[in-house]
Design a protein around this ligand. Structure first.
Ligand SMILES: Nc1ncnc2c1ncn2[C@@H]1O[C@H](COP(=O)(O)OP(=O)(O)OP(=O)(O)O)[C@@H](O)[C@H]1O
Ligand SMILES: [Mg+2]
Length: 382
């Protein structure tokens, strides 16, 4: 993680951003009044579950949503300039000159029928007013910078000839070609294997230091967040539910998302540990709260006994009212009974909330404690 940057004047200030889409004549708001800042040279991660509105936020900032069926409200200030008030031709200059975006799906943003060299060169001629020779030299420099192997020969290739990792690098090259103030990277590494991911993150970091740009980094990957982000904004269902310096967020997360860090144990082991600790805690609580007088225990027995033929039979066999012999016996009956009740409750709860594995384990415990309870009662009261 990089050192914390104290942002003076933010490069980007988003205020109460609200984005809605129209479908079948109905407007649905998907980004619901979010606000955040990105300071100079700062990397801000935007995290959140799928569909929480991260890409829509990015596209709203870029002014790339179709005007016909979308509506963006609030304020987006780039170095104090209000982007939502700009005309499309002004906005086109901002995109590329001041803000660049690496899109979630690289293939959709590279033109398949134009060579890589041509695409980058044209962008440079348009945005940085270079002549063709200068632009071509710069294109080569940039491709080498993002470590495209044998860059010169790649200039004449079409996007489909590149591997996913290379395409992503070309996207980064294009995004950086115009030396933007702000880079918005939407899940730039999700589709890549881990080594290439690490290389690309390093590259963004390096270029950021050299070019002094700010970065908005959208990702699901909390490992990546921990590595690169100075600050993190957590989105949930269109709201920015939390934002804080990344270190602080990891230390004491308030919103649910950052807790999804890799578990220290495999899931099955964590599950066993959870069930074991809860069982121990509940058995201890049970023992500590157990009544010690016979009368209460006997009424407890009446309370927990299942209305079934089994019990009637026991009573019939015994021919007498229940009469346990000793306090330890009664305590054991009490404990088993309580575990029986807890397992039933936890099992049902787990199933209701969709934790099937936990539910299954509690059900096993329920069955086992049920049988134990039955046997104990039979022994004690018969
Ligand atoms: N053009 C559109 N028209 C209508 N609804 C849209 C449009 N684009 C996105 N949405 C809706 O907006 C919501 C947020 O989508 P968005 O793409 O921002 O999610 P996300 O956080 O980027 O998710 P992911 O992590 O899967 O990329 C979703 O419910 C999506 O269906
Ligand atoms: Mg997205």
């Amino acid at each position: 993680m990089k050192t914390e940057v104290t942002a003076a004047v933010p490069v980007l200030a988003v205020r109460n951003l609200t984005t809605a889409f129209r479908g079948d004549g109905v407007w649905t708001t998907v980004v619901k009044g979010i606000s955040f800042d990105i300071g100079p040279r700062e990397t801000v991660a935007i995290v959140g579950e799928s569909g929480s509105g991260k890409s829509v936020t990015a596209l709203s900032i870029m002014g790339l949503l179709p005007a016909a069926n979308s509506q963006v409200r609030g304020e987006i200030l780039l170095e104090g300039r209000e982007l939502l008030k700009l005309r499309e031709d002004q906005m086109r200059k901002v995109r590329g000159n001041l803000i660049s975006m690496i899109f979630q799906e690289p293939m959709t943003s590279l033109n398949p029928v134009l060579t890589l060299g041509f695409q980058i060169t044209e962008a440079l001629i348009y945005h940085r007013s270079l002549n063709r020779a200068q632009a071509e030299a710069e294109t080569l420099r940039i491709l080498e910078r993002v470590r495209i192997p044998s860059a010169r020969s790649r200039l004449h290739e079409y996007p489909h000839r590149l591997s996913g990792g290379m395409r992503q690098r070309v996207m980064i090259a294009m995004a950086l070609a115009c030396r933007p103030k702000l880079l918005i990277a939407d899940e730039p590494t999700t589709a890549l294997d881990v080594t290439i991911q690490a290389e690309i993150l390093e590259l963004i970091n390096l270029l950021q230091d050299e070019e002094g740009m700010s970065v908005a980094f959208i990702t699901h990957d909390m490992g990546v967040v921990a590595e690169i982000a100075d600050r993190t904004v957590v989105m949930l269902n269109g709201h920015a539910v939390e934002q804080a310096p990344t270190a602080r967020l990891f230390a004491s997360p308030r919103a649910p998302y950052p807790r999804a860090r890799p578990a220290p144990f495999p899931p099955s082991v964590s599950l066993m540990i959870t069930v074991a600790t809860t069982s121990v805690v509940w058995i201890s609580v049970t023992l500590l709260t157990a009544p010690t007088d016979r009368a209460t225990l006997v009424s407890f027995y009446r309370l927990v006994r299942p209305a079934g033929r089994g019990w009637e039979q026991i009573r019939a066999e015994a021919g007498v009212a229940p009469s346990p012999d000793s306090i330890p016996q009664m305590m054991l009956a009490w404990t088993t009974g309580c575990v029986f009740v807890y397992s039933a409750l936890f099992g049902t709860g787990s199933f209701v909330y969709g934790h099937l594995q936990t539910g299954a384990l509690w059900t096993v415990l329920f069955a086992v404690s049920g049988v134990m309870l039955f046997k104990l009662m039979r022994r004690m009261f018969a």
